[in-house]
Ligand binder design. Structure first.
Ligand code: GDP
Length: 314
């Protein structure tokens, strides 16, 4: 996993180890880092911010030659760690439990483009919640794409869960509202709402999702993005965020992701956390996003995130 991102950072770290910190050398190495990060699917905004943060830490700092490598590595780790920390975290289980304690169903809306793994991800979350002993109803609110209702129903049947559905062309907001009413009258803990992933135009799609949001007022809006889709995922995250202000993201297909930039990019662009990552095609193949594991995968084992910054030399 994440081989590209790992080699991008490690070659930047090594090049610094071989140089004195002259401004021209810094620029040269930051440029190499930029190219490598672009190849790892890291979005331009993220690259610019990593470069400028790193430059700020390096310029005017005189570090012993043998300490430079560790210094750059720790600087990069800190920059990325701070980025994830600033987005905060979301504990879905805790959220559902607190709504349950208040006697209310927790309403979770899934948004994202077709083909990213949205339906499978909704089913994985349903499985996870079932494992945590919550009761669940699914709303088949993608009434646009042929086959969408059957697809979500098949997952629900396998998981032995109820689906609220209407016909194709029905108002998705009405389907979602029916599911919420069903949950309230049957004391069901959570409502998982599938939504369309494509419509005649992107505007139609966003309008439809906004309408569902107004009608059912979800407790959580989750964007599902494909970690393999590079810039497309970044652009989708940006657009969905503008229209839905989602609370967090789930990135699918992380098991096949050799680049690793998606999480960094989506978090930077939306300032919202990645909550889970998809790790395969089975229902159990979903893991909470783990910042420490991410950093270890990218920067290697035995990270020390608390190494002191070397003192500037007089
Ligand atoms: P949707 O159109 O966005 O609803 O996408 P689907 O849920 O139908 O998923 C599209 C394909 O991606 C299916 O073949 C899924 O099995 C696969 N998929 C979804 N999530 C993952 C994942 O985390 N890892 C892998 N390897 N495949 C996944």
């Amino acid at each position: 996993m994440f081989d590209k991102l790992r080699s991008a950072f490690s070659s930047a770290v090594k090049s610094f180890g071989e140089k004195e910190l002259k401004a021209s050398d810094i620029d040269d190495i930051l440029f190499q880092l930029e190219i490598a990060l672009m190849e790892s699917d890291v979005a331009t905004e993220v690259i610019e911010s990593i470069k400028s943060d790193l430059k700020k830490q390096l310029v005017g700092t005189s570090v012993d030659k043998k300490e430079i490598e560790g210094f750059v590595k720790n600087s990069l780790i800190k920059i990325i760690s701070d980025l994830f920390d600033a987005a905060g975290t979301i504990d879905i289980i805790e959220k559902i439990q607190s709504k349950k304690n208040a006697g209310e169903p927790c309403i979770i809306l899934f948004v994202g483009i077709n083909g990213t793994g949205k339906t499978t991800t909704l089913a994985k979350i349903a499985y996870l919640l079932k494992e945590n002993k919550f009761s669940i109803v699914i709303a088949a609110a993608d009434t646009f794409r042929a086959g969408a209702i059957e697809q979500i129903t098949e997952h629900a049947n396998r998981l032995n869960l109820k689906v609220i559905a209407q016909n194709y062309g029905a108002d998705p907001a009405a389907v979602a509202r029916d599911a919420v009413l069903h949950a309230k009258s049957h004391k069901i803990d959570c409502v998982l709402i599938d939504t369309a992933g494509r419509m005649q135009t992107s505007r139609n799609l966003m309008d439809q999702i906004e309408k569902i949001t107004k009608v059912v007022k979800p407790d959580l809006k989750i964007f599902v993005g494909d970690s393999l889709a590079g810039n497309d995922t970044v652009n989708q995250a940006r657009e969905f965020y503008q229209h839905t202000e989602f609370d967090g993201a789930i990135l699918t297909k992380s098991d096949a992701d050799a680049r690793g930039g998606a999480a960094l990019s989506v978090v930077k662009i939306t300032s919202k956390p990645v909550i889970y990552v998809g790790m395969g095609q089975e229902y159990a193949d979903i893991r909470p996003f783990d910042k420490k594991l991410f950093l270890e995968t990218v920067f290697g084992e035995g990270l020390s995130m608390v190494q002191p910054k070397p003192e500037p030399k007089p």
